[in-house]
Design a protein around this ligand. Structure first.
Ligand code: FE
Length: 227
């Protein structure tokens, strides 16, 4: 399987382009609107057919490129059904899967960072969005986030994947790019606290609001398009 990890330096966001080399069918995960031209160029250079542009959740820190990619390329967009994004072509839920060539991207509901967070599983890889970071996790203090729910999503769903599953997060702020389920089980400093310690820590992070939350969330409810 072809996999390319792409980075948006303004918001520390990882975008993932996955493709089946034979059929050339592709999926993009968590695109960023300012990086759509870069992504379209890469897709064209590689001769890929982008079938789907999906988001792990309604982001608060950047505007999705999904709607613009749909306009430019004609792909279908998808977010969690529970997010109520009416412009999306697909309302995704647990158990759904998106086929690209001989591969399937399976949808896992992993709420807690937001109430509609999804993770995407493909073979021995999991794209965890903001549910699980490398040695961290997404905050739980807005967009109906909940620390208890996130603890369940991580320990009951993501940690139930095989230990050698590679973890690809939606962000990293320390220059790390990927991890594994086994590594996070052993070394994630938040989750290894156990439920009580995790919830207590998450409820007392006292983080500033993301700079662009009041722009990004409404824009993402419109697939990143101002219409
Ligand atoms: Fe987020």
């Amino acid at each position: 399987m072809f996999l390319r990890q792409l980075f948006d330096e303004a918001t520390w966001t990882y975008t993932y382009l996955l493709a089946d080399e034979q059929s050339k069918e592709a999926i993009i995960i968590d695109s960023v609107v300012e990086k759509v031209e870069r992504d379209v160029k890469l897709i064209n250079e590689l001769g890929l057919t982008l079938k789907y542009a999906v988001d792990t959740h309604v982001h608060a820190d950047h505007v999705t490129g999904a709607g613009l990619l749909r306009e430019r390329i004609g792909c279908k967009t998808g977010v969690a059904s529970s997010e109520g994004v009416s412009c999306a072509d697909m309302a995704l839920k647990e158990g759904d899967s998106l086929q690209f060539g001989k591969y399937a991207l399976k949808i896992l509901e992993t709420p807690g960072h937001t109430s509609g967070c999804l993770s995407f599983v493909c073979d021995d890889k999991v794209f965890t969005g903001d549910a699980l970071f490398i040695r961290g996790c997404g905050r739980t203090d807005f967009q109906a986030g909940d620390a208890n729910t996130l603890y369940d999503s991580i320990t009951k769903k993501l940690y139930a994947l095989p230990d050698n599953t590679t973890v690809y997060p939606a962000h990293d702020y320390k220059g790390m790019m990927l991890s594994t389920i086994a590594e996070e089980k052993a070394h994630n400093p938040r989750v290894t606290l156990g439920r009580e310690g995790f919830v207590d820590l998450m409820n007392n992070l006292n983080l500033a609001m993301p700079k662009h939350i009041h722009v990004a969330v409404p824009a993402n409810m419109k697939c990143g398009l101002d219409k």
